[in-house]
Design a protein around this ligand. Structure first.
Ligand code: FES
Ligand code: FES
Length: 152
């Protein structure tokens, strides 16, 4: 069946089964491979994208349930995204990098909601993003750095 979805500001038509996860539409139909597949069951956060600015697990949302504009790591922008990207580079956060696009998407959503998050806010917001390389300490520090950049 054909579905119209808007991804990164562009309206796209995709012809897939209704239960096809958004993640596979993004990766296989649209060729946007920055969003990663980890667990496939909404447990790891590797597949995190935004729908109307809210983070969601694209592996577990059927394309037929998409009800807003999708943004992926390839196009996330704005002051929070810039600050997170700068802080990530300065802190050299990624190790293998596999989880990191999901981490960045969750961090950007957090800073849009809470510009100056506490450690607890960060832990709560990032709780569902698993990193097999255990970069959690650098992630938390980089989010604090990004919050400071946003203040400046
Ligand atoms: S792949 Fe979607 S949460 Fe793990
Ligand atoms: S940096 Fe390797 S899984 Fe997170």
């Amino acid at each position: 069946m054909a579905y119209s979805i808007t991804v990164n500001g562009v309206a796209r038509e995709v012809d897939v089964d209704e239960d096809t996860p958004l993640l596979w539409v993004i990766r296989d139909e649209l060729g946007l491979t920055g969003t990663k597949f980890g667990c496939g069951v909404a447990m790891c956060g590797a597949c995190t994208v935004h729908m109307d600015g809210q983070p969601l697990r694209s592996c577990s949302l059927p394309v037929s349930a998409v009800s807003g504009e999708i943004t992926t790591i390839e196009a996330v922008e704005g002051p929070e995204a810039k600050a997170v990207q700068a802080a990530w580079v300065a802190r050299d956060v990624p190790q293998c990098g596999y989880c990191q696009s999901g981490q960045v998407m969750s961090a950007v959503a957090l800073l849009r909601e809470i510009p100056k998050p506490s450690d607890q806010d960060i832990d709560r917001a990032m709780n569902g993003n698993i990193c097999r390389c255990a970069t959690y300490v650098r992630i938390r520090a980089a989010i604090h750095d990004a919050a400071k950049l946003l203040e400046a």
